[in-house]
Design a protein around this ligand. Structure first.
Ligand code: NAP
Ligand code: ZN
Ligand code: ZN
Length: 348
């Protein structure tokens, strides 16, 4: 077994503290990765606090993992020692169901094996990327393109793909008007990717505090949702709206901003359920949809797209000892725009 150091929550809502555990030695198709950086996703906070139910402890969060391959199993063909690689939100799936066969492993009918707070096929509890090393099957590992710095690439593994996938699925591109609600980790990646796809991009944020940043990322328009005039002005305007909001919000006032046949895609997963008005849907033949991360093939496509279009995440690097402080700032919408943990700090 391979000794690993990390940070874990020992119970719901607990502060993360140092934790040592073991990973499996690479089996024939596994690679061992020395983790260099790990992004902090708002999902980590939901899970540490058991806001969705089903959390198990000790829990080492982290599913925006980048690092360097340090060992390979004897049948590995995709990666070699020294390669720059990433791991996102899942590390395995059944590989036989229809979604898996269609490279949509995130919708695996038998349940994907999540990178942490999940259970491997051998019964081991998975532990995430706030740690020194991880062993993963090569089929669930991504190649990080050479021109994307590793630290800025980490958030692409969840935030990047979570926005890329619905943007592609709902064919966002030239001539389409798209809004992103919430300029946080997911939202800022959505703005950059939608802009690169050629759409007209609007940010709908609490306030105008992040306006300059949003424009730099490629937003054409920026509105404050605290201003009720925003909802009058933009009535029936958008083809697609993607909501990344992580806490309760009034879904109906945003549905009213969709044009005829427009689609609202929910990717944020607040703790509490929301209510929906059928009248807002019926009025303009609107659709309400959801979307969950992306499959391995699409995640690699997104990384290559980001490489080609010079897209990476705007990050603030922190030592792991400051993870509690970072969680507080994320909850206050004070993240510019993703915290990334430098794993060198684990040795301190
Ligand atoms: P984040 O960095 O905290 O960003 C969320 C943003 O939403 C905030 O920056 C804020 O933006 C806005 N916001 C927060 N509270 C709000 C409120 N009460 N009303 C209006 N706006 C509010 O979080 P994230 O990492 O991007 O994750 C966002 C959500 O997506 C989380 O619930 C997470 O679990 C979920 N998620 C889903 C998937 C998926 O596959 N579907 C994948 C990853 C994460 P402004 O300051 O601009 O208003
Ligand atoms: Zn995530
Ligand atoms: Zn499956």
């Amino acid at each position: 077994m391979i000794p690993v150091i990390g940070y874990a929550a020992n119970q719901a809502k607990a502060q993360l503290t140092p934790y040592t555990f073991e990973r499996r030695d690479p089996k024939e198709y596994d690679v061992l990765i020395d983790i260099k950086y790990c992004g902090i996703c708002h999902t980590d906070i939901h899970q540490v606090n058991d806001e969705w139910g089903g959390s198990t402890y000790p829990m080492v969060p982290g599913h925006e993992i980048v690092g360097i391959v340090s060992k390979t199993g004897n049948k590995v063909t995709k990666y070699k020692i020294g390669d720059r690689v990433g791991v996102g939100c899942f590390v395995d799936s059944c590989r036989t169901c229809t979604p898996c066969k269609n490279e949509l492993e995130q919708y695996c009918a038998n349940g994907m094996v999540t990178t942490y707070n999940g259970v491997e096929k051998d019964g081991t509890t998975t532990q995430g990327g706030y740690s020194s090393r991880i062993t993963v099957d090569e089929n669930y590992v991504l190649k990080i393109p050479d021109n994307i710095p590793l630290d800025k690439a980490a958030p692409l593994l969840c935030a990047g793909i979570t926005l890329y996938s619905p943007l592609k699925h709902w064919q966002v591109g030239p001539g389409k008007k798209i809004a992103i609600i919430g300029l946080g980790g997911l939202g800022h990646m959505g703005v950059k990717i939608a802009h690169a796809l050629g759409a007209e991009v609007t940010v709908l944020s609490h306030s105008l505090r992040k306006l300059q940043d949003g424009k730099k990322m490629g937003a054409d328009h920026f509105y404050a949702t605290s201003d009720h005039e925003t909802f009058e002005k933009l009535q029936g305007y958008f083809d697609v709206i993607i909501s990344t909001v992580s806490s309760d919000f009034d879904l109906n006032q945003f549905l009213n901003l969709l044009t005829l046949d427009g689609t609202m895609v929910q990717v944020g997963l607040p703790e509490k359920e929301t209510t929906m008005s059928f009248a807002s849907l019926i009025g303009n033949r609107r659709s309400l949809a959801g979307s969950l991360i992306g499959g391995i093939k699409e995640t690699q496509e997104m990384l290559n797209f980001c490489s080609k279009n010079d897209i990476a995440s705007d990050i603030e690097i922190i030592p792991i000892q400051q993870v509690g402080e970072a969680y507080k700032r994320i909850l206050n919408s004070d993240v510019r725009y993703r915290f990334v943990i430098d794993m060198k700090s684990l040795q301190q």
